[in-house]
Ligand binder design. Structure first.
Ligand code: URP
Ligand code: ZN
Ligand code: ZN
Length: 470
């Protein structure tokens, strides 16, 4: 059945205007006014913003990590994402050394099949670049539509890859049309600092932060950026947390290197002091990179505002406090790294960013959706409100005042990292390819309706644009 969203204010990365939207066959078919309502389902968006669905470029759903498995899976995680105004997630598919990439991809298809309530796609971890891996990559791009590769520069003896692997991945990605993503921390230095701290009897959660200093992130970010310049390739730095890393990205971009940076809500509003909470509660705030000294928050906000950083990911990787985070009691290095953020990513950027005048409304849409769609080969099907685009639409009430809490969130975990935080604005209704997933704040979707999305190559949108202009 066709649908009409009327009386709302449409906001894209470029424009803010009043118009109605006609949805037919999963797509936005017309944007205008005075549509015939015969046979249509009409949604009144009066007083609300109408945004393109948020795209979360960084999730770890049901991921084995730190001796356990992240709690939210493709069902609970995507339901929570939808409640928060996100209509597409790109999850990290882990690979195992010595095993074909296609096996890892199949594992991720198996765990997501019939579960997601919104559309989803995968990035692929590259842990080695032997002949077998290099031979498989063209089919990963062409057949699977996986056009982004993740290299970990940290987590020694677990995921960490060496510089040769990073460099070969950069060179190959350039040839094939992929975007290389890095977790940029110096894993070797961190390994040394962690061992030293534990030898000295320093076992509390705060030592997680103190053994992963900002210099270790800045160094790895700078190294990855330099290698990108050398390979004449393209790089996306995930979860940037501190000034040192922002500076390295800005320097690279000033040189003309194709380097992009993502930050996450936790780094914008929480700080290192959270790791000192008593009764082991600091474990709830263990991420890698760690939360930083408060002054970094303003640096990150400014970087989003001035374009040195371009996107916001959730880095959703949730673990219960009871039963999972507490694996690290008595040894901070055993606390599973990560937290539940997928639901609050969009709201926090709206409330803390737009409402507090740190970024504009159009920047907010760019940072949470449009730029991500462009970088990861989803644009213009996703990431904007335009004729022909998928009808992934969020109706958002910018006036609601509410308090974030685990009592009301939809993630599967027993705490919320932003517990008690007051925010302005709330997602009211969400459509995924024209079907309601959230309607008047109620979940009305179904697991399995979310579709696996094969993505275009890196730069394909820009190439398409320049062809049209010539
Ligand atoms: O602490 C984090 N960030 N956990 C998720 C895995 C990763 O490094 O992104
Ligand atoms: Zn990471
Ligand atoms: Zn991550």
């Amino acid at each position: 059945m066709k649908k009409i969203i009327k009386n709302g204010t449409i906001v894209t990365a470029a424009d803010t205007y009043q118009a109605d939207i006609l949805i037919e066959n999963e797509k936005i078919s017309t944007i205008g006014s005075n549509f015939s309502e015969d046979g249509a389902e009409v949604v009144d968006a009066k007083g609300c913003y109408v945004f393109p669905g948020g795209i979360d470029p960084h999730t770890h759903l049901e991921m084995p990590f730190g001796g356990t498995v992240s709690r939210d899976d493709f069902e609970t995680g995507t339901i929570a994402a939808a409640f928060g105004g996100t209509t597409t997630v790109i999850d990290f598919c882990l690979t195992n050394k010595g095993e074909p990439l296609k096996n890892a991809i199949q594992t991720w298809h198996d765990k997501s099949k019939d579960k997601a309530v919104i559309d989803y796609s995968f990035h692929l971890m590259i842990g080695e670049t032997n002949e077998d891996v290099l031979a498989e990559l063209p089919s990963v791009i062409e057949d699977e539509g996986i056009t982004s590769f993740k290299v970990f520069m940290a987590y020694k003896n677990v995921f960490q890859a060496d510089d040769e692997t990073l460099f070969r991945t950069l060179v190959t990605a350039k040839e094939l049309g992929g975007l290389v993503m890095v977790h940029a921390e110096n894993g070797d230095v961190i390994e040394y600092l962690v061992k030293k701290a534990l030898d000295e009897g320093k076992t509390d959660p705060i030592y997680h932060a103190l053994t992963r200093p900002p210099e270790a992130e800045g160094e790895a970010t700078g190294r990855a950026a330099q290698l990108t310049g050398l390979a004449d390739s393209q790089l996306y730095v995930v979860h940037v947390s501190c000034e040192e890393a922002v500076q390295r990205i800005a320097e690279a971009r000033n040189k003309g290197y194709d380097v992009w940076g993502e930050t996450c809500p936790q780094y914008l509003v929480l700080d290192q002091s959270y790791l000192e909470k008593p009764n082991f509660e600091g474990a709830k705030y263990v991420w890698s990179p760690p939360l930083r000294e408060k002054e970094n928050q303003e640096v990150l906000w400014n970087a989003l505002k001035n374009g040195q950083l371009q996107t916001l990911g959730s880095d959703q990787c949730s673990f219960d406090f009871n039963g999972q985070k507490d694996l690290g009691r008595g040894d901070f290095s055993k606390i599973p790294n990560g937290g539940p953020i997928i639901e609050d990513r969009v709201s926090i950027l709206f409330s803390e960013g737009v409402k507090k005048g740190r970024i504009t409304l159009n920047q907010f849409v760019d940072i949470t959706s449009t730029r991500i769609a462009k970088l990861f080969g989803l644009y213009p099907n996703k990431g904007t409100i335009s004729v022909g685009a998928d009808a992934d639409i969020v109706i958002f009430d910018p006036t609601v005042e509410r308090t974030i809490s685990a009592d009301t969130h939809h993630m599967a975990v027993d705490y919320n990292a932003f517990e008690g935080m007051n925010v302005t604005g709330e997602t009211v209704t969400v459509l995924s390819r024209g079907e309601f997933v959230i309607r008047d704040k109620q979940f009305v979707g179904s697991p399995g309706k979310g579709k696996y999305i094969k993505r275009n190559k890196y730069g394909s949108y820009q190439e398409e644009k320049s062809k049209q202009m010539n």
